[in-house]
Design a protein around this ligand. Sequence first.
Ligand SMILES: [Zn+2]
Length: 274
Amino acid sequence: MLVSMIPMLQKARAEGYGVAAPSVNNEDAIYGAVAAAEECNTPVILDISFGLTRNVVRLGRLAEDIARDARVPVAINQDHGREFEHAIWCIRAGFTDIMVDRSQLPFEENIAQVADLTRIAHAVNVGVEAELGHVGQGYQYEIDRDAALTDPAMAKEYCERTGIDCLAIAIGTAHGEYKGTPYLDFDRLHAIFDKVSLPLVLHGGSGTGDENLAKATHEGISKVNLATDLFMAGWQAALDSGCRDGRTAYRHIERGYKEKLMHFMRLFGQVNKA
Ligand SMILES: [Zn+2]
């Protein structure tokens, strides 16, 4: 069934587990993600972004169709929306939620732009995720790790003034593959969790380590974004299968992606939470 990620995440926060938000970039990834959720009897959030997809609106429509037929709750979220127009396209295309990413703007400008789009999204019952602080890139982890960690007091003010539904925070993760070993600031997570009553989101789940992710989802993170690890697992499954043609390769990619996602769902404590 197609639902917004917001009630999904509110329940996760209240009960102390995390919900996986796999990045999907084509039909096979969508089927893999939904199949993983059905096998684990758990909700899932399909993250779709302009960076990874040829046509976000068209893929969103396909995802919507597949989500409606699913036996578990499925949300469709625009990941890292950076343009006003893109957010409107996604809302019109039937996305249940949007992430309005203005995390690289100054505090006041971030608030102003996010508040604007939140008002529009809420008028048509679309949920909004936004980011305060900035989750950087793993390939320059040494520089990005501490560059813009989320301040707990500012996070509280940010949520109140923007009216958003869930907050992405920077506590030491990074996007893509890490150069170096990731270390998370759990004290910061606890401080933000105490001040902010909204569900908290962790970007850059890939390569962060099972122990870190299990701890984070048990101590206040309600949504974990995953991309690199899933795509790599899919690719590895195709290589390991020894398949020699494009037709069957996609099946192996889908299976590898699905199995890796199920690993994370078990890790986050979300099994049987549908
Ligand atoms: Zn992200």
